[in-house]
Ligand binder design. Structure first.
Ligand code: GAR
Length: 209
C-alpha cells in the first residue's frame, strides 16, 4: 500500500468529526492519517481529542492578529508546516483565506443540504424555515461561505419534536460516516474538479458503482 495521505484537520468545537477521522485512520487500509489538528480557539474538546491521540496541535486566534490578512498568512504557514495532502475543515467556524486555499485542497463539512442554509447556523436556520428534510454536505472549500463544489450529500428527516440539538446530533451521526468515507476515497483514489463537478477516482458521487 502506498504511503498514507497526510490530513490536517481544523476544528472549533467538540471535534466528533475529527474523532471519526482519527478512529478510521487507525486502520492502515484507510490510507490517510491525521498529522496535525489546528484550531482558532483554546480549551475545546477537539484539541483534547487530538492530544489523547498523540496528534500535534496548533492554535491561531484571529483576535491576536492586527488584520485578517495576517491571520490568514499565519494559519496557512502553520498548516503548510505539516505538509498536508488534504486539509479537512471539520466544524472549523472561520472562512479560510487565499494563502491556505491556494496551497492545499480543503474539504469542508456542513450540517445542511447546500445551497440551503449556509453559514454558522445551518441546523437552526433549517428548523426555523420549517423544512421536513435537511442533511449534510461535504464540499471543497472556496473563498465563499459554504459555496464550494459539492462532493457528497445525505438527507436526514426532520422529526416533529426536533429541537436544534436533537436534529444536529442525528445529522452528525450521518455526517461523520460520510466525511470519513469521502476523505478516505479522495486520498486513496484521487479526484478531479471540472466546474462544479467533483469526481473521486473515475466516478461522480451518486453515480452507480
Ligand atoms: C458539524 O456538524 C459541522 O458540519 C458544523 O459544525 C459541526 C461540528 O461538529 N460546521 C458548520 O456548521 C460549518 N458551517 P464536531 O465539532 O462535533 O465535529
Amino acid at each position: 500500500m502506498s504511503k498514507a495521505g497526510r490530513l490536517v484537520v481544523l476544528v472549533s468545537g467538540s471535534g466528533t468529526n475529527l474523532q471519526a477521522l482519527l478512529d478510521a485512520s487507525a486502520d492502515p487500509s484507510y490510507g490517510a492519517r491525521v498529522v496535525a489538528v489546528g484550531a482558532d480557539r483554546e480549551g475545546i474538546e477537539g484539541l483534547a481529542r487530538a492530544a489523547r491521540a498523540d496528534v500535534p496541535t496548533f492554535v491561531e486566534k484571529l483576535g491576536e492578529y492586527a488584520s485578517r490578512a495576517d491571520w490568514d498568512a499565519a494559519i496557512a504557514a502553520r498548516i503548510a508546516s505539516y505538509e498536508p495532502d488534504l486539509v479537512v475543515s471539520a466544524g472549523f467556524m472561520k472562512i479560510l483565506g487565499a494563502p491556505t486555499l491556494d496551497a492545499c485542497p480543503v474539504v469542508n463539512t456542513h450540517p445542511a443540504l447546500l445551497p440551503s442554509f449556509p453559514g454558522a447556523h445551518g441546523v437552526r436556520d433549517a428548523l426555523a424555515h420549517g423544512v421536513k428534510v435537511t442533511g449534510c454536505t461535504v464540499m471543497l472549500a472556496d473563498s465563499g461561505v459554504d459555496t464550494g463544489p459539492i462532493i457528497a450529500q445525505e438527507a436526514v428527516a426532520v422529526l416533529p419534536d426536533d429541537d436544534e440539538a436533537a436534529l444536529h446530533e442525528r445529522i452528525k451521526s450521518v455526517e461523520r460516516r460520510l466525511l470519513v468515507e469521502i476523505v478516505g476515497r479522495m486520498v486513496r483514489e484521487g479526484w478531479t474538479v471540472s466546474g462544479r463537478t467533483v469526481r473521486i477516482g473515475n466516478r461522480t458521487e451518486g453515480e452507480s458503482k
